[in-house]
Design a binder for this molecule. Structure first.
Ligand code: ADP
Length: 323
């Protein structure tokens, strides 16, 4: 019987992680299982940095961005000798299960760790990129899109006032989900995301066609990963080639922060609770997700062996709707 479990947040932080921690602690308490919060991801395991988390300790955190446990990228965890030390720390504290809230990198770490530790391991997808195969959405994605959208709406006002072309770079090195959703919701004329075959030159052409149709200003939303150049260089090139007034906006890390929107809090609560029920009931080596409205789970390796495609229909719609 599982008496004690630990929870940590690892890799890139995402709004809604706190809501997941809260659900883990409170569901575990309802099953009479004690919870320890590990500080700074896998690093906290190596340094034995843990705090007891009771029901009251996770009060008033559901609305907070970031993670109360803090996060880290921990190089030592790639090495077996350090993972063995982490296993020893967990065993000395008589912890029987570990819940990892993070992205596919953290799930890889968890999978490696399963070779070194006998306890149960369950993951919860917390990443703004929405790039975890098997789960329709990941914790933090909707908040990141809303943050990008807020900026796009503001840029649109000034683009319109000055007949300018704006190139807005959003996060997503390998995944265009934020770009696609922010582009659709922001009514962008063009989106450029890593999954598309469209080149920068083709996007330029389409912007110019829009101008011929009478568009005075335009917004192109692009993922950071879709061109090595980045929005600043792309805007400069377009200005040089066409003589149009161009500006670039790179949104960067503000997309990671902020209070989580309702859908991220609800998703985090569902996934946090589900992961806790599963680990207490004996599951291990899996991460949880949601698919078509239902809760589901998959082996850790799905998260890096399978690439989650972007929504093709939305991509087509974006192109069809550009005015
Ligand atoms: P994310 O979880 O957001 O994808 P990272 O890819 O940075 O973030 O991974 C977070 C941490 O997971 C790493 O800093 C490292 O400690 C651990 N990790 C990732 N891959 C491995 C691996 N192959 N072996 C051991 N630990 C790993």
């Amino acid at each position: 019987m599982l008496k004690k479990l630990a929870v940590l947040t690892s890799g890139g932080d995402a709004p809604g992680m706190n809501a997941a921690i809260r659900a883990v602690v409170r569901i575990a308490a309802s099953r009479k299982v004690e919870v320890l919060g590990v500080k700074r991801g896998f690093r906290g395991l190596l340094h034995n940095e843990m705090v007891h988390l009771g029901v009251r300790d996770v009060g008033n955190i559901i609305q907070l961005g970031g993670t109360i446990l803090r996060s880290s990228r921990c190089k030592e965890f790639f090495e077996r000798e350090h993972r063995r030390r982490a296993a020893q720390v967990l065993n000395e504290r008589e912890i029987g299960g570990l819940i990892i809230i993070g992205g596919d990198g953290s799930f890889r770490g968890a999978k490696e760790f399963s070779e070194d530790w006998n306890g149960r391991l369950v993951g919860i997808p917390g990443t703004i990129d929405n790039d975890i195969y098997g789960s329709d959405f990941t914790i933090g994605f909707h908040t990141a899109v809303d943050t990008a959208l807020d900026a796009i709406d503001k840029v649109r006002d000034t683009a319109d006032a000055h007949d300018r072309y704006f190139f807005i770079e959003v996060m997503g090195r390998h995944s265009g989900w934020i770009g696609l959703y922010a582009g659709i919701a922001g009514g962008a004329q063009e989106t450029l995301i890593p999954e598309e075959t469209q080149t920068v030159e083709e996007a330029y052409q389409r912007l110019l066609e829009g101008k011929k149709r009478g568009r005075k200003s335009s917004i192109m939303v692009m993922s950071e990963g879709c061109s090595g150049d980045g929005a600043v260089a792309i805007a400069k090139r377009f200005e040089e080639q066409t003589g149009n007034d161009c500006r670039a906006v790179v949104l960067g890390h503000i997309q990671r922060g902020g209070r989580p929107v309702a859908s991220d809090r609800v998703l985090a609560t569902q996934l946090g609770a589900y992961a806790t029920e599963l680990i207490i009931d004996g599951s291990s080596g899996i991460f949880v997700g949601n698919h078509k409205g239902a809760l589901c789970h998959y082996p850790f390796e799905h998260s890096w062996e399978k690439k989650k495609p972007v929504d093709e229909y939305l991509l087509k719609l974006q192109e069809a709707l550009a005015g």
